[in-house]
Design a protein around this ligand. Structure first.
Ligand SMILES: [Zn+2]
Length: 439
């Protein structure tokens, strides 16, 4: 017994060291070995051994050399972008987007899925996702890239019970829809999370909230959501369904919201509310030929520059949104608030000054004066990017373990634990605490 547990400890230590090196290189690379040792707290001997193994396996590659003061140039190391590709699926309310990224998070393939989640059954929608990912996999294989896994962002709650991943997303009519058949049909590991949380992780790791310990990342789209990070970890709540910020009330007895309550933030600033405002205030507004088109928002913003009614309407959007942000600032005291999502990316740059003004007047002085409010760094593919990072996170935090899923068999799902998990892998969730699923 003692021998077994001793072996496990050495194996765990090796995995933890590999994970520390990979995570640091991913977030801050390229780095030389000396800096890598300083940042990870590992000895130079450990760094030499771990990096040699990772270079040999192809997970890490050299990225040129750096001059050192008087000494020999030092080799720079990075997570090898060409080690493999990861797929991020954004299952939105009005679109399904499938993007493939290399491990440097550069886009290496993209597809739209020609179904509408609100008009097609989960079976049809997921069937199309499988077809599109399979097509993408073939194309990537032709380029010499292998697919390492799929991350899926959904407009709802992702839960795990009976060793299966389930999605509850009433906005698109999904109630307890199992995702595991997607992984089984493709023979690839699948990870899933709420869209706001996936976006939040992308901004925390590599975007506008990088380096923050306390941040709020807001997904402003058709729906409105938020991911809150405290001490660097995602705030989850008892059932992983915190922070439904879009359904917190800002007007008592206000506009009816599709969640069944009244006066929610989403009822005032969500994509549907804005579309209704555009129709109401812009005489030039025309019925949408394409219900998935987002161009109308550009036209609404344009109308706000020339039309008094639209201008007042857009200003009131900034006020409602700002009040919601002020509530978050008072509740969570973030260092930074980052605004993303397809509406946020278009509207926040226009409204940022006004939103800041509202937060300054509405939130407590001390906290308001110390919070930065910014537009997210990532654009339209941010949610798919965040979803793909669920896979990347699993690879990094497991120390470079590449999972294989046999089609139509049980697979490793959200927490990286299945009935056939090995000891080292099944303990990986302890490496980074406080994240939902792979995050
Ligand atoms: Zn609501």
């Amino acid at each position: 017994m003692a021998l077994t547990s001793g072996k496990a400890t050495v194996r765990d230590l090796r995995r933890i060291n590999r994970a520390a090196v990979l995570q640091r290189l991913f977030q801050d690379g390229p780095l030389n070995r000396l800096v890598l040792a300083q940042l990870t707290g590992l000895s130079s001997g450990s760094i030499t051994n771990v990096s040699a193994a990772l270079l040999e396996e192809g997970l890490v590659s050299e990225a040129g050399q750096e001059e050192s003061d008087g000494g020999r140039p030092r080799a720079l190391l990075q997570v090898n972008p060409d080690f493999g590709a990861v797929v991020g699926v954004e299952l939105g309310e009005t679109r399904v987007r499938v993007d493939a990224f290399d491990l440097g998070l550069q886009v290496v393939g993209a597809e739209d899925v020609p179904v509408h989640p609100q008009q097609h059954s989960p079976d049809v929608t997921l069937g199309h996702v499988v077809q599109v990912v399979d097509k993408l996999r073939q194309r990537l294989a032709d380029e010499g890239r292998r697919l390492l896994g799929i991350g899926m962002a959904v407009p709802g709650i992702v839960g795990r019970h009976d060793d299966q991943l389930w999605v509850h997303a009433p906005n698109i009519g999904w109630h307890d829809v199992a995702l595991d058949p997607v992984a089984e049909r493709l023979g690839l590991p699948l990870f899933a999370d709420n869209g706001a949380k996936a976006l939040g992780q992308a901004e925390m790791w590599l975007g506008a909230a990088k380096g923050c310990r306390h941040a709020a990342v807001l997904l402003w789209g058709t729906g409105v959501g938020a991911a809150i990070f405290t001490k660097g970890a995602l705030y989850e709540g008892a059932t992983s369904s915190a922070v439904e910020w879009g359904h917190t009330a800002i007007v008592a007895g206000g506009k009816p919201c599709r969640c069944g309550a009244a006066g929610c933030i989403e009822a005032y600033v969500g994509g549907r509310a804005l579309l209704a405002e555009w129709y109401r205030t812009d005489p030039a507004a025309t019925p949408l030929a394409d219900p998935d088109s987002e161009d109308w928002l550009d036209r609404f913003i344009g109308a706000g520059r020339s039309n008094v009614l639209s201008s007042a309407s857009i200003d009131s959007v900034a006020v409602f949104f700002g009040v919601g942000v002020a509530n978050l600032v008072n509740l969570f005291n973030p260092e930074k608030v980052v605004i993303g999502g397809w509406v946020g990316v278009k509207l926040a740059p226009v409204l940022l000054d006004r939103i800041r003004q509202v937060v300054d007047s509405q939130a407590l002085d001390y906290t308001a004066s110390r919070v930065g409010i910014e537009v997210g760094r990532f654009g339209a593919d941010a949610v798919a990017l965040g979803a793909s990072m669920l896979v990347v996170d699993d690879i990094l935090s497991s120390g470079g373990m590449i999972r294989a899923v046999a089609p139509m068999r049980r697979h490793r799902s959200q927490t990286g634990q299945t009935g056939r998990g090995t000891g080292a892998l099944s303990r990986r969730s302890s490496v980074r605490k406080g994240r939902v699923g792979g995050l």
